[in-house]
Design a protein around this ligand. Structure first.
Ligand code: ATP
Length: 235
């Protein structure tokens, strides 16, 4: 579904990605793990077109998406939930969700997807007329994921969904990520510092260090790998 080939991305003179190769198959949950500053967020932003790569290629369903505008990439079926959630704090929950469906013309489909996200996160239905900024951190994360789902993505990019959330909420968010993948077949690309939880829901994982992919394996093998255990799993 998605292939990155020798992707190099810069911020001015700083090279954040030094030639990334990776593959995401349809229907998978892939996780990208690594320390702070390894280049995980930059990888997602290169895919979504927010920070386009300087060289290399990114193929989505066989077509190059490098150089396309972010809204065109959303229209092709890739939605990103950015780190720190970035919901619209002054808009209501319902208005935030409507923003996610802005590019769609299939009203019946949009209504069905609204019912679906309310069934995933009933608290959002209860708070639909409340301003997004008044929600708790966990609820804002639920809203950010739901807003991305309202675009009906084929590929969902999630940047650190567990960041700053209480353990119980983290568990709930990871359970829902699995559920979205299972029920809709949505392919998920999950960037996480919480490697343990991420590898438990993922099928495969990639490890990044200072702008490079250093390891790729099944999630099961990465969880059992001694190097990964001591560097990222705290065991
Ligand atoms: P984190 O978990 O902290 O988000 P990350 O693995 O996602 O880490 P990136 O945010 O992709 O890493 O950062 C990769 C490199 O690019 C780092 O060296 C970082 O300092 C640098 N970088 C990121 N954003 C910018 C920016 N806007 N301007 C300049 N350098 C940046």
């Amino acid at each position: 579904m998605l292939e990155l080939k020798s992707v190099r991305t810069y911020y001015g003179n700083i090279q954040a990605l030094k030639g990334i190769d990776l593959l995401v198959e349809r229907g998978e949950i892939i996780t990208l793990i690594g320390a702070n500053g390894a280049g995980k967020s930059t990888t997602l932003m290169s895919i979504s077109g927010v920070v386009p790569p300087k060289s290399g290629d990114i193929l989505f369903e066989g077509q190059s998406i490098v150089g396309r505008d972010p809204d065109v990439i959303v229209g092709m079926g890739i939605s990103q939930v950015p780190e720190g959630r970035r919901i619209f704090p002054h808009l209501t929950v319902r208005e935030n969700l409507d923003m996610g469906a802005l590019l769609r013309r299939d009203r019946d489909g949009v209504r069905r997807d609204l019912d679906y996200v309310y069934s995933l996160f009933p608290i959002l239905a209860e708070r639909k007329n409340q301003a997004g900024g008044t929600l708790s951190g966990g609820e804002q994360q639920m809203l950010a994921i739901s807003r991305a789902l309202m675009a009906r993505p084929k590929l969902l990019l999630l940047d650190e969904p567990s960041l700053g959330l209480a353990p119980l909420i983290v568990q709930q968010i990871f359970d829902i990520i699995s559920q979205i993948n299972r029920e809709n077949g949505t392919t998920i690309f999950l960037v996480e510092q919480n490697a343990n939880q991420a590898l438990k829901v993922a099928h495969r994982g990639y490890v990044m260090e200072t702008g490079r992919v250093t390891m790729a394996d099944t999630a099961e093998n990465l969880l059992a790998n001694e190097e990964i255990k001591s560097a990222y799993l705290g065991v």
